[in-house]
Design a protein around this ligand. Structure first.
Ligand code: PLP
Length: 391
């Protein structure tokens, strides 16, 4: 018999009742240190008093108004994002996947309005993850994502990750309209694209007019130590997706775009009932304010240094289990010599949550404001977990 909840997730036998900072407590009272942060969502930890205050104040005043009307909280969040990014304009969604959908629509509409509707192909990369909608699975195109869901949405072309030669050729194809990539692949195994490659892709897009879409759903919002990961390479995209960390746990996403990329998205061309609702926008505006405080990101980078050094030490002490550490900021990956799922499961036994990824990697994605003492505690729990695997 099919269970009451559609069994699409492989769930661990853990259920949490409450959280505080980097800690979660199960329904039976066990405490876990959260080095996964809901897969980079709880960027400011659990039950942040600041965010709880903003959410409850907003909840007591106004939950929902339709996008038929102006929404002051949405306007405030858009102004903050525009102030702190390359973007001229924002559209708010409820998730990263919805942001992906709009990015694809925006790119195609851009070329439609330019009188070149044949430039509808979006180039994506092997190892990418952009969500589970029809466009997002077609973009990635792997059997794991697409099996049984044909016919797939046409107009996507996949290239090997980091294959700049293939990209140089594909981007000049007459039907190419856009390129989408994660500056640091998350689900793909914490794989950063070298800054030089990102700069080269930007230059190729400038040359051909193709729109550069960056999916910063996982690597954005302070995760790599800059507000947006592309800032490390000194380039800007035409369109960017954010979600996850921007709501600190409240479901909200956004598409940020230049006027050039977005100009064809005129009234009636897109919409969402809940996208940009006052609750999400009030919380996200506070998240952006906190992350753009001049003291915030230097602290993320300092903590990232501590954590990385500790993880390198951990990998060196367990060479049979770990091959090394990779990633950027507080988006780190432990390269495993054994199945990542076994490392994650051993972590459960030691009271620490981590997240498996592809490419033999366990993701370490703690809250960005994790106290130093919790970093040290997490490292010692990971060491304990590794010791049980070495037995
Ligand atoms: N893009 C990236 C890079 C992601 O990591 C994810 C989710 O993991 C998504 C898109 C989809 O976001 P959501 O699950 O909020 O729809």
């Amino acid at each position: 018999m099919i269970p009451e909840i559609l069994p699409t997730y492989n769930r661990a036998p853990l259920a949490f009742a409450s959280g505080e900072g980097a800690w979660l407590t199960t329904t039976t009272g066990e405490r876990f240190l959260d080095f996964g942060a809901g897969i980079a969502v709880n960027a400011l930890g659990h039950a942040s008093p600041d965010l709880v205050g903003v959410l409850t104040e907003q909840a007591g005043r106004l939950w929902h108004v339709s996008n038929l009307y102006r929404i002051p909280e949405q306007e405030r969040l858009a102004a903050l994002l525009v102030e702190h990014s390359f973007a001229d304009t924002c559209f708010f969604t409820n998730s990263g996947t919805e942001a992906m959908e709009l990015a694809v629509k925006m790119a195609r509409r851009h070329w439609h309005a330019a009188g070149q509707p044949e430039r509808s192909t979006v180039i994506a990369f092997e190892g990418a993850f952009h969500g589970r909608s029809a466009a997002a699975i077609a973009a990635v195109g792997t059997p794991k994502m697409t099996e049984g869901f044909a016919p797939l949405l046409p107009g996507f072309r996949q290239l090997p990750w980091g294959d700049m030669e293939a990209l140089e050729e594909a981007i000049r194809a007459p039907d190419t309209g856009a390129v989408i990539l994660e500056p640091v692949q998350g689900e793909g195994g914490i794989r950063p694209l070298p800054d030089a490659d990102l700069r080269r892709i930007r230059a190729l897009c400038d040359e051909t007019g193709a729109l550069l879409i960056l999916d910063e759903v996982q690597c954005g919002m302070g995760r790599t130590g800059r507000l947006f990961a592309h800032e490390w390479a000194g380039i800007t995209p035409d369109i960017m997706l954010v979600a996850k960390g921007i709501g600190g746990g409240f479901p909200i996403g956004a598409v940020l775009a230049t006027e050039h990329a977005a100009a064809a998205m005129t009234a009636g061309s897109h919409g969402s009932t809940y996208g940009g609702n006052p609750l999400g926008c009030a919380v996200a505006a506070r998240v952006v304010e906190i992350m753009t405080d001049p003291a915030f990101l230097p602290e993320v980078n300092r903590k990232a240094g501590l954590l990385r050094q500790g993880l390198e030490g951990l990998a060196a002490s367990h060479p049979g289990i770990f091959a090394g550490v990779r990633g950027s900021g507080l988006m780190l990956g432990l390269e495993c010599r054994i199945a990542p799922a076994d490392v994650v499961a051993a972590g459960y036994g030691a009271g620490i949550l981590t997240v498996p990824a592809a490419d033999g990697v366990v993701r370490i994605l703690p809250p960005l404001n994790i106290p130093d003492a919790d970093i040290a505690e997490g490292l010692s729990r990971l060491d304990r977990a590794a010791a049980t695997l070495a037995l």
